[in-house]
Design a protein. Structure first.
Ligand SMILES: Nc1nc2c(ncn2[C@@H]2O[C@H](COP(=O)(O)OP(=O)(O)OP(=O)(O)O)[C@@H](O)[C@H]2O)c(=O)[nH]1
Ligand SMILES: C[S@@+](CC[C@H](N)C(=O)[O-])C[C@H]1O[C@@H](n2cnc3c(N)ncnc32)[C@H](O)[C@@H]1O
Ligand code: SF4
Ligand SMILES: [Mg+2]
Lengths: 600, 386
């Protein structure tokens, strides 16, 4: 346990890729948290997917020991956070456990959308903010211009901003000193009843559930019985420790400290992030302010390509959920695809990552249905139903109106691409809220329907601006929309997994494009196959896939029929990867392509 | 025509060629020199091995295939035929075919092959157009091909030749003319193959890199139909997907394969289907000539695989090959030959639908693809055997 005046707790926040994790590397190195041998780039990004994609997905915590110029020893608790908008809840949690933030800005790129979004979050959490101008080793770095930009765009005093190269280590000493001199020490009273904020929890195969806590008041010790204030569940504390970043046991954690505990908890679901832990024998009077619960914004169906993999998928989802409480799933069945799960995600990147982990870590081949948002269907009876899956849309005659979620998007974009970006937002039914300039860059604020954004808006934005535009959003409110369900019929049979909710004004164009795409992807059969898009009973687009004309092998390989039999087996296997609708087989690629299809 | 259970065909593989053709994925290899003496001994040894397994059968055909068997010393061909006579009872009208490339040096050997006992020659002409031959990577030209045909016709009682069509850019008209030439030179039998891209060939890779384009499905279908029409007008029936003959001139050796008969294959990469002790045995030999040779020298046979086929596997093989025949599948003998009743093997709903679509016809005794169905045999098999 350390005296609070010698503790500093801080988060590192930034736009994606501005160098948070690299700066964390340098801080760990200088403070001797890891030996030279243990060190590697972005050492805190420990998941395979993080390392491969070079991004942080999960926030990480490290305790550093630092002897400052004043000769005193300090404990610095560092929290590295993700930059991508899908994982912004990770940032919020980390901020709640700290008193200050290092705001990292890439000195060659400047202020971006997540820079803004995260600064505002830090200010809301009453953080002291230390601006860092990173990557000054780059020839393209313009620290002076970016310093002014921070002042102009964010309105933050950047006169004391520290010039750093997280890559070379230049300026990092100064960062450490600034942490000690500029950030406030945490407050708290060791004699009060225990009040600890549950910041995060995850499953470890050896230790069971590990809980990350920030102690506000009181002391946490091994052998203590703790109580979760929201559920009343009690657990005996087995181990208390800190991350160096390796797990290291300590005797106790006192006010202002950040560390972990284990208590033979089997499921992450039994720990609620944002909850308050207290001493069961001497409970705190009231819980600490918690967090907003995370909410899924994108939903899609996940189905095994091979229907016999259903149980395997179920078990795998359960295992993933142990480590990532932020996605949800529930069983559903599709006429087209059989048994699968409807899953909720924080955004498209999150969806992609879960999908990738399922295929990689659990060796599952999956069909993903078109992503959907949650619609609110107002029935004539007055009832309001939440619609997660277009297939569940009630009878149209019983519907009064349908509301859809809208977001408020903030986009920062260099001047020359502004026109293209405005057009994109308009095409996606956006309503402009604000347009301001900061130097040669525009900041545009748009309200947009979430269903126009979910799957390819970000990609379009990036390609239209050659990667220079950045984007952040918050979920705003539900608004009524002229929404219809578009069904796809293949050979007269509706394929429920391809149906989607869509704005009436976009149905024809989308229907035509989708039919054309399916025509390319569905293999020809021995008969011709109509492919139609329909609203209710009305066909709005149609293509016909003509019958196969020739499919016969020229040679017969003498007596080598083993080879021919193998070809037939291959043909059968190929069929197993397709779903049959009536008489037509649709390959897995068709479902994926329908989802990826460019709207423009 | 039906298969006779006590009948047997013999295949002899000669794995060497002068050059590897860019489209070819047959078991053929180019070697600077070949120790023909060693191969002679090994072939005869393997013949011994298989004779033991097929005692008492009547040999109805022999086929020397490759590779390029016309590169074989005729003496080896003679020795194999002589040895076969010792083992089996040879049918009086036995068909003995040899595949030959139409190079001039080979044509000089035709007479010797005839003397050795070969009574049918199959020439790999491939095209009568020099440019096409060049594209196909062949080392002979059209003039040599025609000369070889002349000699073959004068030397052998029966002969046939192969052409490859549906080449890049080949028009219906150009093929019709080439086919006309072929029909004037043919004597009762032709093999006409559409160019197929086989994995692991030079053409496959070139095609992937966009070096050339094959006719689209529609064009290929038209060429296929045109081929059948032109041949039939000239009296050559399409008795198999790519084989055409005046009735009675069919390759009996190949028909035996396709109808589910018994056969023995010797030489590298050869396949056998042998009925013994109530089960069908599928045997194959090592493909790489040197490995095969070594193994034969050690064990008397160069076996790579020797497995018993399940009745289902055997049944599938027969359906797959027989549906390529004009006469289709012999329903009567099917269950006895394969060990599985036809109705247990094929999907009845699919069959009904295919009949409905007029792609397949069924009678008391036979199941066959129709004229339209002949272009779609793979898809039909996919449905029937799903
Ligand atoms: N030249 C140079 N490159 C840097 C510096 N700091 C970071 N980088 C590079 O910038 C890229 C992104 O760095 P990260 O540390 O992963 O960025 P991040 O902010 O943690 O990214 P997210 O966690 O995905 O938001 C990596 O390729 C780093 O090597 C720097 O000071 N100079
Ligand atoms: C065993 S092969 C080769 C016989 C002999 N070596 C020759 O090339 O003439 C028999 C025939 O199959 C045909 N063939 C081989 N490869 C082919 C391919 N890729 N596409 C179409 N026909 C092919 C050729 O017509 C060839 O004559
Ligand atoms: S000559 Fe015949 S077997 Fe030899 S490579 Fe050419 S096509 Fe193949
Ligand atoms: Mg990072």
């Amino acid at each position: 346990m350390s005296a609070t005046e010698n503790i500093r707790n801080f988060s590192i926040i930034a736009h994606i890729d501005h160098g948070k994790s690299t700066l964390a590397d340098r801080l760990i190195q200088i403070c001797g948290g890891l030996s030279q041998r243990e060190m590697r780039e972005q050492v805190l990004d420990s998941m395979d997917i993080e390392r491969e994609r070079g991004i942080t997905i999960k926030a990480q915590t490290v305790r550093l020991n630092y002897r400052a110029k004043d000769g005193k020893d300090y404990i610095l608790n560092l929290m590295d956070t993700p930059g991508h908008v899908d994982f912004s809840y990770e940032v919020s949690r980390s901020l709640a456990a700290c008193e200050g933030s290092l705001l990292v800005v890439d000195a060659s790129q400047g202020v971006e959308a997540q820079t803004l979004a995260n600064v505002y979050k830090a200010l809301d959490s009453n953080h002291e903010i230390i601006p860092i101008l990173n990557k000054i080793d780059l020839p393209a770095a313009e620290p002076e211009r970016i310093r002014r930009q921070i002042e102009d765009v964010i309105g933050l005093d950047a006169s004391g901003a520290i010039l750093v190269s997280a890559k070379t280590g230049e300026g990092v000493d100064e960062v450490l000193e600034a942490l000690v001199t500029q950030l406030p020490a945490p407050q708290g009273d060791a004699s009060k009843p225990l009040a600890a904020l549950l910041v995060d929890s995850w499953y470890d195969p050896y230790l069971g559930v590990i809980i990350l806590v920030r102690i506000v008041d009181g002391v946490l010790k091994k052998g203590q019985t703790i109580r979760m204030m929201s559920s009343g569940r009690e657990h005996l504390v087995e181990q208390v420790g800190v991350f160096t970043p390796k797990l290291k046991r300590v005797d106790a954690l006192g006010p202002g400290e950040v560390g972990y505990l284990t208590a033979a908890i089997k499921e992450v679901a039994h720990t609620r992030v944002g909850d308050t832990l207290t001493d069961a024998k001497k409970p705190a009077a009231k819980p600490l302010p918690g967090f907003q619960p995370v909410q899924s914004v994108v939903f899609c169906g996940l189905y095994p390509v091979d229907t016999s993999d259903y149980e395997h998928l179920k078990v795998s989802l359960g295992k993933l959920k142990l480590n990532d409480a932020s996605f949800e799933y529930a069983p559903e069945t599709s006429m087209a695809l059989g048994s699968g799960f409807r899953c909720g995600f924080l955004g498209m990147l999150h969806l992609e990552i879960i999908q990738e982990r399922l295929s990689r870590e659990f060796d599952l081949d999956l069909i993903t249905t078109a992503p959907s948002v949650i619609y609110k269907v107002h029935m004539t009876s007055g009832e309001v139903k939440e619609l997660h899956n277009p297939a569940d849309l009630p009878e149209v005659t019983r519907i009064k109106k349908i509301d859809e979620p809208w977001i408020r998007a903030t986009i920062l974009v260099p001047d020359e691409y502004l026109g293209a970006i405005l057009k994109l937002c308009e095409d996606r039914r956006g309503v402009q809220v604000d347009l301001t300039y900061a130097g040669s860059r525009a900041m545009v604020v748009y309200d947009l329907p979430l269903n126009e954004v979910v799957y390819d808006f970000y990609d379009r934005l990036k390609s239209l601006s050659r990667g220079y535009a950045s984007f952040d959003y918050t979920i705003e409110e539900y608004r009524e929309g002229n929404l219809v369900r578009m069904s796809i019929l293949v050979n007269g049979e509706p394929v429920d997994a391809l149906s989607m909710m869509i704005h009436r004004s976009k149905a024809e164009a989308r229907g035509r494009a989708l039919c054309a795409k399916l025509k390319e992807l569905i293999p020809r059969a021995l008969f011709k196959i109509p492919i139609q898009a329909a609203l209710g009973g009305k066909v709005i687009a149609r293509e016909t896939l003509s019958a196969m004309r020739k499919d016969v092998t020229a040679k017969c390989y003498g007596g080598d029929f083993t080879r021919k039999r193998k070809l037939l087996d291959k043909q059968k296997k190929g069929k197993a990867r397709m779903r049959t609708f009536g008489k037509v087989s649709i390959p897995q690629e068709a479902f994926i392509a329908a989802l990826k299809m460019d709207q423009d | 025509m039906t298969v006779q259970e006590n009948h047997l065909s013999l295949y002899v593989h000669w794995p060497f060629c002068e050059a590897k053709c860019p489209y070819c994925d047959f078991n053929s290899h180019v070697r600077e020199r070949v120790d023909t003496g060693a191969y002679r001994k090994a072939l005869l040894a393997e013949l011994d091995f298989f004779a033991e397994l097929t005692k008492g059968k009547r040999l109805t055909s022999i086929f020397f295939g490759g590779g390029t068997p016309s590169l074989m010393p005729p003496e080896i061909v003679a020795a194999v035929i002589e040895k076969a006579k010792e083992f089996w009872d040879l049918s009086s009208n036995i068909e003995i075919t040899l595949e030959a490339n139409p190079g001039s040096s080979e044509a000089k050997k035709f007479a010797a092959f005839r003397t050795a006992g070969v009574n049918r020659l199959s020439l790999g002409v491939q095209s009568f157009d020099d440019q096409a031959l060049k594209f196909l990577g062949r080392i002979h030209n059209a003039q040599e091909a025609e000369a070889a045909i002349e000699i073959a016709r004068d030397t052998f009682p029966r002969f046939s030749f192969d052409l490859i069509y549906a080449l890049p850019g080949q028009t219906n008209q150009a093929w019709r003319e080439e086919l006309g030439t072929a029909l004037t030179l043919a004597q009762g039998h032709l093999s006409l193959y559409q160019l197929t891209l086989e994995r692991d060939t030079a053409f496959y890779r070139q095609h992937r890199r966009g070096k050339f384009f094959l006719p689209r499905e529609e064009e290929a279908a038209d060429l296929f139909t045109l081929t059948r029409e032109v041949c039939e007008q000239a009296g050559l029936k399409a008795y198999e997907t790519s084989n055409f003959a005046v009735p009675g001139e069919e390759s009996r050796h190949n028909l035996n394969y396709w109808q589910g008969g018994c056969y023995v294959g010797i030489g590298p990469g050869a396949h056998s289907r042998i009925f013994a002790d109530g089960a069908w045995r599928a045997v194959s030999t090592l493909k790489i000539p040197e490995q095969w040779l070594e193994k034969v020298e050690q064990n008397g046979a160069g076996l790579a695989e020797d497995v018993l086929l399940t009745a289902r596997q055997r049944g599938e093989e027969i359906v797959m090959t027989a549906l390529r025949l004009k006469d289709g599948l012999d329903k009567k003998n099917f269950a006895r030959n394969s060990g599985i009743p036809l109705k247990n093997l094929i999907n009845q709903d699919a069959l009904d639908a295919l009949k409905e679509q007029n792609l397949v016809v069924e009678s008391e005794t036979r199941l066959a693809a129709t004229r339209d169905g002949a272009l779609l045999v793979n898809a039909i098999l996919g449905e029937l055997l799903a």
